[in-house]
Design a protein around this ligand. Structure first.
Ligand SMILES: [Zn+2]
Length: 399
């Protein structure tokens, strides 16, 4: 940490200016602002100067030694906010929730806490931290170390489960992104999910912007972007094949077990899921249940109950879906900073069905104009997947 309390109770920061660490050194002993235990000034050459607890500590603000990456990130963010005219509080201790924010600042009457997260934590811990901040009306913004971002191929990334909880939303068009920071390059990186075929990886567009050229709006509301080209269309077809072949692995999975029963009602089975299901749409990251399953539900459980040309609303779909979410048949992610992500995912899927001629949009709702026909063989299924793929990937449905 960069801040400590002196014997006289004065808070000193190694980042505030004008600053002279030699003068700071004269003011020892130092104490931790959170737990009041002794801290010492570490004048290292590898890690920048910082304070660390003198003895092994149970201090919640420092459960593990602070890395250079974390110190560097905090100092870049502090300098950035300062040059933008803010008065950020470094390592702000919030006694009412017993938390220490890396940086706290106020913009347009809203107070924000920046969490520069380098190490892995549990999803529960991340959600608890966010909810603690929200309980005192502080909006947390999670910024992850760029070292956390794992690229697995062209446009393909993996994101750890807890990182999803920091997903932010752009006001103007409800697009989502995760924010990363590379302190050494002084750059923000924005990961905009485009499609998520499985719980372990996603296709995304990444944009980098220099920190010091970025207005604070970019981390609060996300920067404006245009979609990158879709380079993963053939990967997606391959993914659909994988789903059709991996259908035997359903034991212990409530979503698969449930949808298999639905297919049994049609005297069919998972490998023959409709070719109109299992497509990428925006906001799909809210679902942990694979897209071919929840989309098959819409095609085989919701739509068949409606006669052709009868109008229905998004609300009706959501009401039919909700019981399956409440009892965890379909699994979703806890994404506290998004507004109505399930509604959005379903909406975009209805729009996709409109695009491929299953539905029409009347302006005041949707109407089914074609029935779904289940593939009779795997060959038939692959053929139809291919047909829809060229329709979906090359005609602008994904923009
Ligand atoms: Zn402490």
């Amino acid at each position: 940490m960069f801040t400590a309390i002196t014997k006289s109770g004065q808070i000193i920061s190694l980042l505030s200016r004008p600053h002279d660490p030699f003068l700071v050194d004269d003011k020892s002993p130092f104490f931790c602002p959170a737990c009041s235990e002794r801290v010492v000034l570490k004048k290292g050459t590898i890690r920048r100067w910082h304070f660390a607890h003198q003895n092994k500590t149970n201090c919640f603000s420092q459960s593990e030694p602070e890395t250079e990456e974390h110190l560097h990130g905090k100092s870049v963010l502090y300098e950035w906010l300062t040059t933008k005219g803010f008065s950020p509080i470094l390592e702000a201790f919030l006694p009412s929730i017993n938390r220490k924010a890396d940086l706290l600042f106020t913009w347009k009457t809203q107070t924000f806490a920046l969490e520069f997260q380098c190490s892995s934590i549990s999803t529960e811990e991340a959600l608890q931290r966010s909810s603690d901040y929200l309980s005192i009306e502080v909006m947390p913004i999670w910024i992850y170390s760029l070292q956390r971002l794992r690229q697995k191929g062209k446009g393909r990334f993996s994101v750890q489960s807890f990182e999803w909880t920091g997903l932010r939303e752009r006001n103007i068009d409800s697009r989502h992104a995760l924010i990363y920071l590379c302190p050494a390059a002084a750059s923000f990186y924005y990961l905009f999910p485009r499609a998520m075929p499985s719980a372990s990886f996603l296709y995304a567009d990444v944009y980098s912007l220099p920190v010091f050229d970025s207005p604070v709006e970019h981390i609060v509301n996300l920067p404006p972007t245009v979609n990158g080209p879709v380079v993963w269309n053939s990967d997606w077809l391959h993914q659909k094949k994988t789903w059709r072949f991996s259908s035997s692995q359903w034991r212990g999975k409530p979503d698969k077990t449930y949808i298999r029963q639905v297919f049994a009602g049609y005297r069919s089975d998972l490998p023959f899921f409709p070719a109109e299901a299992g497509w990428p749409i925006l906001s799909m990251e809210i679902f942990r249940t694979p897209p071919y399953i929840w989309q098959s539900w819409l095609l085989l459980c919701f739509l068949p109950k409606l006669p052709l040309y009868q109008r229905f609303s998004l609300r009706m779909v959501i009401e039919a879906l909700e019981p399956l979410l409440y009892d965890n048949t379909f699994m979703i992610r806890d994404l506290p900073f998004l507004s109505s992500p399930i509604e959005k995912a379903v909406y975009f899927y209805l729009e996709l069905l409109k695009h491929i001629g299953i539905l029409t949009n009347t302006g005041s709702g949707w109407k089914k104009i074609n029935n779904i026909i289940l593939p009779l063989s795997l060959e038939d299924a692959f053929h139809m997947d291919k047909k829809w793929s060229s329709n979906i990937f090359y005609k602008g449905t994904l923009d």
